[in-house]
Design a protein around this ligand. Structure first.
Ligand SMILES: [Zn+2]
Length: 525
């Protein structure tokens, strides 16, 4: 299951917002709240309220009045398993006032679970920010007071509380197989083409398939091969480019397709699960798999598949890629075994020792580049970020691929250590795993950080939805202009002069984000 608990903001989410209300008589639930909460309770989810009440600090009402309000809320909406209140004001600098993650951590503790197994529903950016900073999921239910930029930045938006609850329960259900596989699976062929990040986010789904099959063979492309090597549950890898998936494909070579078909046939798979992004088609490969003699094929396809698929799965937009893939695995009869959390993970034996000359753990990794330049941090911004982090007492390692050496050298000159071109993906995973935090765009290393449980300051270009591609189940703070004109264009190179989505990032925002994530210069995580 994805979630143990649902955390709810109070004012504007559960009840109508009456500023600094100390009067139980003024409590008015939002429409449909009681029935929605009862659906969650019936599904076995625990409920907590997480609420900023700076009116306490300001003396607008007493603790006793607040407790009377909460008693009235429970009278109208039923019991909550925990109430977590921040009594402070912004000026107090506490770690519990949302968007700080403290209340989310405290609620998870009190409910006997972890933040990553919680989903928080709130009406403003502070709520979603607190959820993400703790590694929880966050659902925004906008009201007239919600600012448009808060709506743009949220990865998951619902029209009202009942709709948020319906989608939480739907996502929870979607990763559970309705029925086990119709016949035992000896060899499963799983397919995930495209780049390292795509392969990494498919990891949980591949582990789910591996839990239900004796042997897993993964077909990946050349750009995803290094990531495929890192995935638990994979017994064998076939590497082959797919011209209907690759961004700069060569012409279709009939001989190469014939030899791929023969190779896929030789796998002897009794089931194939074809993972794709929403704009990619699984059908050309499904045809090759049919020609290779595989007779149980599952894939997500909005396009009519005719007889190419046995399981045609469909997923609404906005679902995080790891869950989207897990739901396909579930449709094919597979689920993660108990105890295997639906998080990104890497094979321990595939990640090497970190080079000794990098000194102690506890540095911050800044990875300015990306295979798609539209998602890279502008070098001048990255340079100023290194300067600001160094001034704040952080030790900064600047990482990048062999073709990014010029950029990493320039960026690191502001005070960091230049590791450009020094590591392959596995070596980078080792360096990321010992970082206190990673500052990175929407690119592979963000998912390496998620797999290592290392907090991410995400410089996220909105070319694709944050809710689908943001770092998964790891403490994250999103920076950058989510409403920039490149939004949802899927552009590989920025279509807007000046790369405005990330050019406006203020280096001090990165320093503040690290503080919110409890990553301090010279301190411990
Ligand atoms: Zn507080």
């Amino acid at each position: 299951m994805l979630y143990d608990a649902v955390l709810l903001d109070r004012d504007g989410t559960l009840i109508e917002d009456v500023p600094y209300n100390g009067d139980p008589e003024k409590v008015r639930p939002v429409p449909g709240a009681r029935a929605a909460l009862d659906r969650l309770r019936a599904a076995g989810l625990r409920l907590a309220v997480v609420t900023n009440q700076s009116g306490l600090a300001r003396g607008y009402f007493t603790g006793e009045q607040m407790r009377a309000v909460h008693a009235r809320v429970e009278e109208l909406l039923g019991r909550f398993d925990a109430w977590l209140v921040c009594p402070h004001d912004d000026a107090d600098g506490c770690d519990c006032r949302k968007p700080a993650p403290g209340l989310v951590y405290a609620a998870a503790r009190e409910l006997g679970t972890t933040a990553s197994r919680c989903v928080l529903v709130g009406d403003i950016g502070r709520d979603v920010g607190a959820a993400l900073a703790a590694g929880a999921a966050g659902v925004l239910v906008p009201t007239p007071v919600t600012r448009p930029e808060e709506v743009a930045a949220a990865g998951w938006v619902a029209t009202d509380l009942p709709a948020a609850v319906a989608e939480i329960l739907r996502r929870q259900q979607a990763v559970q197989p309705a029925t086990p596989p119709t016949a035992p699976v000896r060899t499963a062929l799983v397919v995930r083409s495209d780049s390292a990040g795509d392969v990494l986010v498919t990891g949980p789904a591949i582990r789910a398939v591996a839990a239900g099959a004796e042997r897993v063979v993964l077909l990946c492309g050349p750009r995803g091969r290094a990531a495929a090597n890192l995935l638990p549950g994979v017994d064998e890898i076939i590497e082959h480019p797919l011209p209907w998936i690759d961004p700069t494909p060569g012409p279709v070579d009939p001989e190469a397709m014939r030899s791929l078909t023969a190779r896929l046939g030789a796998v002897g798979a009794d089931q194939a699960v074809v993972f794709t992004s929403f704009h990619q088609s699984a059908l050309p490969l499904a045809l090759l798999l049919r020609m290779a003699g595989i007779d149980r094929i599952a894939a997500i396809s909005d396009d009519y598949p005719g007889s190419l698929l046995d399981i045609r799965h469909r997923v609404p937009v906005g679902v995080p890629e790891p869950e989207r893939a897990l739901s396909l695995a579930a449709a094919a009869g597979h689920r993660l075994p108990d105890g295997d959390e639906p998080v990104l993970r890497l094979r321990r034996d595939a990640v090497p020792q970190r080079p000794a000359d990098l000194g102690d753990p506890g540095y911050v990794v800044l990875h300015p580049g990306s295979a798609a330049s539209s998602r890279a941090c502008p070098p001048e911004v990255a340079t100023r970020i290194v300067g600001a982090l160094t001034d704040a007492g952080h030790r900064v390692l600047v990482t990048g691929g062999p073709d990014e050496r010029a950029i990493t050298a320039r960026v690191a000159a502001a005070g960091g250590t230049d590791l450009g071109g020094r590591t392959d993906l596995a070596g980078l995973a080792a360096i990321v795993a010992d970082a206190r935090a990673v500052v990175v765009g929407n690119t592979g290393p963000a998912h390496l950080a998620a797999a290592a449980g290392v907090p991410v300051v995400s410089l996220f270009a909105p070319t694709v939805p944050f809710g689908q591609w943001g770092p998964y189940r790891v403490p994250t703070i999103r920076l950058g202009d989510a409403a920039a004109p490149c939004r949802d264009t899927r552009a590989a190179s920025c279509p807007v002069p000046g790369h405005p989505c990330l050019a406006g990032v203020d280096p001090d925002e990165v320093v503040d984000a690290l503080r919110t994530l409890a990553v301090s210069g010279g301190g411990s995580r």
